[in-house]
Design a protein around this ligand. Structure first.
Ligand code: ACK
Length: 318
C-alpha cells in the first residue's frame, strides 16, 4: 500500500542526526554471528559527541540477508533512536548511505551477552586455566587464584532489578519487547545490564530457542500462553518472559523447561504446569516467577511493581 511504501522510503532516508561516516569506523573483529546478521567490534572516531576513539559494537547483515532482515535492522534503528535509559542499549550512530554495508552502531558491552556470562561464571576456574598462556607452556597455572568472576545471589537480584527497571521504562513509552530473554541482555562495564535486541530483530540470530514458523523463529519457551495461542503481545506478556528470565538468572543460564519439547509446552501450561523452584532459589524470588506466570495477564505484576519488590529484596538481603 501507499502508506507502507511511504514508511519504507522514510526508513531508508538518511537521518543526519545519526548518520556516521563509514571511514571513521575501524572494524576489528566479529563478536557473534547468526543466520543473517553479524555483530562486530569496532573503533569509532569522534562518535556521538565522544572525542577520540570509542570501542563500539556494530550490527550488520550478511550478504545473503533478505529484505525482511534489512527491514528488521532498520526497525531496530528507528526504535533505538527514540529510547534512552541506563538499562537499555544505546544507539551511537548509523551508516545507511549507499556505497557500503548498513551498520547500526551501538554501545559496546564488555561482558557480552548475559546468558553467556552466567554460563561462563559456573566454571570460571576451568575456563581461566584453559586460557592462561602458562598452561600451554606446561607451567603451573593460577589454580588458587580467587574466583573474581563468581556471581553472588545479591548480584543475581541486582541484575533482575536493573532489567526490570529497563522494562518499566520501555513499558512507560509503550514499547513491548517480545523477546525478553537472558540472551538478549548485554552486560556492560561495572556489570550494568542493558536490554537489547528489541524491535523485530529476533529472527536474525540463530538460537534453538526459536521455533521455526512462517514469520521466522519464535522463542516458545519464553512466551506467554496468549502470545502462543493468539499472537497477543503486551507488557504483561513481557512480564511472563521476565519470569523465565528470572529462572535463567538463578540457574546461571540454564535452558528453561529442560526435557520438555516445545510442541508439548502450550498444552502443559494450559493444564497449569509450571517450572519448579530451582534448588538455590529463595521462596520469595520463586513466588515472583509464579506471579509472572499467572495465566491471566492482568494478574501478572507490572514492571513498576516488580522493580520495587526487587529493590526491597535487595535491601533485605533475600
Ligand atoms: O556473549 P557475546 O560475546 O556477546 O556473544 C554475543 C554475540 O555478540 C551475538 O549477539 C555479542 N554482542 C552483541 N552485541 C554486543 C554489544 N553491544 N557489545 C558487546 N558484545 C555484543 C554478544
Amino acid at each position: 500500500t501507499d502508506k507502507n511504501l511511504t514508511n519504507l522510503i522514510k526508513k531508508y532516508e538518511p537521518d543526519p542526526k545519526w548518520e556516521f561516516p563509514r571511514n571513521q569506523l575501524e572494524i576489528e573483529q566479529t563478536l557473534g554471528e547468526g543466520e543473517f546478521g553479524r555483530v562486530l567490534r569496532a573503533e569509532a572516531t569522534n562518535i556521538n559527541g565522544n572525542n577520540g576513539v570509542t570501542t563500539v559494537a556494530v550490527k550488520t547483515l550478511k550478504d545473503d540477508a533478505r529484505e525482511t532482515e534489512l527491514n528488521d535492522l532498520l526497525s531496530e534503528y528507528h526504535l533505538l533512536k527514540e529510547v534512552s535509559h541506563p538499562n537499555v542499549i544505546k544507539l551511537l550512530g548509523v551508516c545507511t548511505t549507499p556505497g557500503g554495508p548498513i551498520y547500526l552502531i551501538i554501545e559496546y558491552a564488555e561482558h557480552g551477552a548475559l546468558r553467556n556470562y552466567l554460563r561462563k561464571s559456573r566454571n570460571i576456574r576451568i575456563s581461566h586455566i584453559a586460557q592462561t598462556p602458562e598452561d600451554q607452556e606446561g607451567k603451573t597455572s593460577h589454580y588458587d587464584e580467587p574466583k573474581t568472576c563468581q556471581i553472588t545471589p545479591k548480584e543475581i537480584l541486582a541484575f533482575a532489578w536493573q532489567i526490570s527497571n529497563g522494562m518499566a521504562y520501555l513499558s512507560s513509552v509503550k514499547l513491548v519487547h517480545r523477546d525478553l530473554a537472558a540472551r538478549n541482555i548485554l552486560l556492560a562495564k561495572d556489570k550494568i545490564c542493558k536490554i537489547s535486541d528489541f524491535g523485530l530483530t529476533r529472527d536474525i540470530y540463530e538460537d534453538n530457542a526459536y521455533f521455526k514458523r512462517s514469520k521466522g523463529r519464535v522463542p516458545v519457551k519464553w512466551m506467554a500462553p496468549e502470545s502462543l495461542q493468539d499472537h497477543i503481545y503486551t507488557t504483561k506478556s513481557d512480564a511472563w518472559s521476565f519470569g523465565i528470565l528470572l529462572w535463567e538468572l538463578v540457574t546461571l543460564g540454564a535452558s528453561p523447561y529442560p526435557g520438555i519439547a516445545v510442541q508439548n509446552l502450550f498444552h502443559l501450561l494450559k493444564q497449569g504446569y509450571r517450572m519448579e523452584r530451582p534448588n538455590n532459589c529463595s521462596p520469595k524470588l520463586y513466588q515472583m516467577m509464579r506471579n509472572c506466570w499467572e495465566v491471566l495477564p492482568e494478574n501478572r505484576p507490572s514492571f513498576q511493581v516488580l522493580s520495587s519488590r526487587l529493590e526491597k529484596m535487595l535491601g533485605d538481603g533475600v
